[in-house]
Design a protein around this ligand. Structure first.
Ligand code: UDX
Length: 435
């Protein structure tokens, strides 16, 4: 199939390369010439396992090309919209990029074209865009096909997703759109991937409600961590025990610093803003608590650091291990780790920060921190160690070697990822999250 992908950010770049991997002919467009140049040279603009390999393969086979010229999409039948919907000043999603992408795409659409939205948008956006597209190009169809990829597993999640959701118009137009998407995703369907065909607003809601649920699950366990801290219980054992109930499940019950990244925080805020616009603010009022519990985890670690350093962090050397919002990523968007590192530096601490992949991206946001090349460099002379992203490299640290590097053996395990007994045996004062 001839496919275009509009927007080469996280979602678009992975989607474009994955579509080529599946054998489709792909043209990928972005307004940023620097990004297009890098992608055309086979360079992934961010760290994502597996992406460089499929990108190189797609370029070598000639099944993908990158351009800034929207006119080059004209011969594609399926056009995926994969531009960003960042958080606007009020919390509501900013649709500037979606609207601009549609406006520049429309003049190049053929009468049998399908515009397939992938971006996360406020419910109601797809119906509005469908009206615009169909008015401008009679015969063209707009559908919504939300994306559920996780950073770090983005290629795998695109090629073999948990489920496919198609939001399509009613009647024969919807049936034709379903058949076209079935062709796009033929390999996933052949593997038995469940496919749900729904209307446009349901498709938009599936995406935001899935993210709202995941955020709620994380904040639920972090609320339990707050209680566990007061009574001396262990939230990890609690999560294991309740997670055995198949109705609850153990996944996304890891207490720690809470959620960050480019999706969950902004999506729960945009969803609340949309509910208010729709006149049902009470329905999602609980998400304000989900957000507040999440942000309290960061305050908690800053307070804990102050307490462990005798009440004041000023002039103290603090080693921060982990800056990315989660492991196997160089993404620091709304990263709890980087937020905490920046706040400690702001309170006068000398923060020596290390991350296996995210130093370059972190430096752009917080140039004031002292970034090190290795974990050992950050640890040397530290009066407090904060492990804030659960990279395997940190799980595997030898606690007695670390004890030999630091000035004072005190560790905060912000992700409950260290072997508490090993660190305690090595002489560390160990503080986890809710345990
Ligand atoms: C998320 C959704 O998982 C994905 O389906 C959607 O398409 C985009 O948003 P992502 O942002 O890549 O994906 O990260 P995810 O793995 O969901 O983690 C989000 C945040 O929650 C991270 O900061 C992570 O550290 C945190 N988290 C996750 C916890 O604090 N505890 C957990 O148990 C799980």
């Amino acid at each position: 199939m001839r496919i275009s992908v509009i927007g080469c950010g996280y979602l678009g770049a992975v989607h474009a390369a994955s579509m080529a991997k599946l054998g489709h002919d792909v043209v990928a467009v972005d307004v940023d010439p620097g990004k297009i140049e890098r992608l055309a040279a086979g360079e992934a603009p961010f760290f994502e396992p597996g992406l460089p390999e499929i990108l190189t393969e797609a370029l070598a086979s000639g099944r993908i090309r990158f351009t800034t010229d929207m006119a080059e999409v004209a011969d594609a039948t399926v056009h995926f919209l994969a531009v960003g919907t960042p958080q606007g000043p009020t919390g509501a999603a900013d649709l500037t990029y979606v609207d601009a992408a549609v406006a520049s795409l429309v003049p190049h659409l053929s009468a049998d074209a399908y515009v397939v939205g992938k971006s996360t948008v406020p419910v109601g956006t797809a119906a509005r865009l469908a009206g615009e597209v169909e008015a401008a190009v009679p015969g063209a169809t707009l559908v919504w096909n939300p994306e559920f990829l996780r950073e770090g597993f983005a290629v795998q999640d695109t090629i073999s997703p948990d489920r496919l959701v198609y939001g399509v118009p009613a009647g024969e137009q919807g049936e034709r759109a379903t058949a076209v998407l079935d062709e796009v995703y033929a390999s996933a369907l052949a593997e038995g991937t469940p496919r749900l065909v729904v209307d446009l607003p349901t498709a938009e809601l599936v995406k935001v409600s899935a993210n709202a649920f995941l955020a709620t699950k994380i904040s639920f366990i972090n609320a339990m961590a707050e209680i566990a801290e007061v009574v001396g219980a262990d939230v990890t054992a609690l999560a294991d025990a309740i997670g055995h109930d198949a109705r609850i499940g153990r996944k996304f019950l890891n207490a720690g610093l809470g959620f960050g990244g480019g999706c969950l925080p902004k999506d729960i805020r945009a969803f609340q803003a949309r509910a208010s616009e729709l006149g049902v603010p009470d329905s999602l009022a609980f998400l304000a608590d989900v957000d507040a519990i999440n942000l309290r985890r960061r305050d908690h670690v800053v307070t804990l650091a102050q307490e462990l350093l005798g009440g004041d962090v000023a002039g103290k050397r603090v080693a921060v291990l982990g800056l990315a919002f989660k492991p196997n990523s160089d993404d620091v968007r709304d990263s709890p780790s980087l937020d905490i590192a920046g706040r400690l530096e702001g309170l006068g601490a000398h923060v020596a920060a290390y991350d296996p992949e995210a130093v370059v991206t972190a430096r752009r946001v917080r140039p004031e921190l002292d970034y090190t090349e290795t974990a050992a460099d950050a640890l040397r002379g530290a009066e407090l160690v904060l492990v804030l992203t659960e990279w395997n490299e940190f799980r595997e640290l030898d606690a007695s070697e670390v004890a030999g590097l630091v000035a004072s053996p005190v560790v905060v395990d912000g992700r409950n990822c260290l072997d508490r007994d090993a660190w305690t045996a090595a002489g560390f004062t160990y503080r986890g999250m809710g345990r």
